[in-house]
Design a protein around this ligand. Structure first.
Ligand code: SF4
Length: 329
């Protein structure tokens, strides 16, 4: 069976896991590849107008795949951590994929929900495996291999490889190499690692002589500690990671400035943005720039804002070191 995995949204987090699992079960996996202008345009023209940019991009990936595969793989991730949920648009992805793909292409969509306990999720994965093989040992072995690959992929992200580098297991250079200026580029995986929608932001910062720290590179313990300081729990699974990373970067001065990458119109990110900006001001943290992207974002304006922000951080850094020298001298 040729199974298509659309290369948008949660693919940037679980693509390696899904691909490895399906291949180990004997499926021929077809990925839609990196986002392109035509994928974005087709998604934006067909998807619901109210959808956020990543959902439109995802729609474009489904359209790019639907005539090349026997089935699409779009899991429904309800919750990936206890007492949290994913965003409602993610919950509806399998239905959206069905609408985009039409009746000819079935959508395989196991439901993963950590509110229902581990057993429910094991059963969902096992039922998925049964679509491809009746052999339970093969399903378990596929699960173990895929999980190992997934952990390796995430570990590479924490070491400073970008998405492509982490998939391949090698990179020409790391995001963080000990340069003088370091910027936290924080946001959902798909808002940070999609080179087309971010206009290769990570690479551009590297060529400007700036180190990048992503949310993956912020130690989990620090993120969790920041979340515990908040007056209320954050309800969405991935927003917790984003908020924890921003606040930890700011409090512990892990970076000289933060770029918060948001897609328009994202409800959860808008709330987290206000929360983080308030907390950052309150603790006298580092400068923070919020970049909101949509399908109309122009490269000129985008780059001007980045360059101005980087310039400001360099000037600030020089002034601080001059003041330090004056005090020491
Ligand atoms: S979290 Fe925001 S950007 Fe992500 S799918 Fe939901 S609405 Fe879209």
């Amino acid at each position: 069976m040729r199974v298509g995995i659309p290369g948008g949204l949660l693919y940037y987090r679980y693509g390696r896991l899904w691909n490895s699992f399906l291949q180990a079960l004997g499926a021929e996996v077809v990925e839609s590849g990196e986002t392109t202008r035509s994928i974005l345009n087709s998604g934006a023209s067909k998807a619901e107008n109210e959808s956020c940019l990543p959902v439109k991009v995802f729609y474009g990936h489904v359209l790019a795949l639907k005539d090349r595969v026997d089935a699409l793989f779009v899991p429904r991730l309800v919750s990936v951590k206890r007492r949290t949920h994913t965003c409602p648009k993610m919950l509806g992805l399998p239905d959206m994929a069905r609408a985009a793909a039409g009746e000819r292409v079935p959508v395989i969509s196991p439901t993963i929900d950590f509110q229902s306990g581990l057993w429910h999720n094991y059963r969902a994965v096992y039922s998925l495996g049964r679509i491809f093989t009746p052999d339970p040992r093969r399903i378990v072995a596929a699960g173990v291999t895929a999980w190992r690959e997934h952990r390796l992929y995430l570990e590479r992200l924490t070491l400073g490889l970008d998405h492509q580098g982490a998939l391949k297991g090698e990179a020409e250079r790391l995001l963080c190499e000990g340069r003088d200026l370091r910027i936290g580029v924080i946001g959902h995986h798909y808002n940070v690692y999609d080179t087309f929608t971010t206009m290769s932001l990570l690479e551009r910062l590297g060529s400007m002589g700036v180190d990048v720290m992503t949310a993956d590179m912020v130690p989990e313990k620090l993120r969790e500690r920041e979340l515990r300081r908040l007056p209320k729990d954050i309800y969405w699974s991935y927003e917790q990671e984003v908020a924890g990373a921003i606040l930890a970067c700011s409090r512990y001065r892990l970076v000289d400035g933060i770029i918060f990458m948001i897609s328009f119109p994202c409800g959860p990110d808008s709330i987290v943005r206000v929360l983080c900006e308030q907390e950052n001001r309150r603790m006298g943290g580092v400068p923070m720039l919020t970049l909101v992207m949509d399908e109309h974002t122009g490269e000129g304006g985008f780059l001007t804002r980045i360059e101005a922000f980087v310039d400001m951080l360099w000037r600030r850094k020089r002034r601080e070191s001059e003041e330090l020298e004056a005090v020491a001298g």
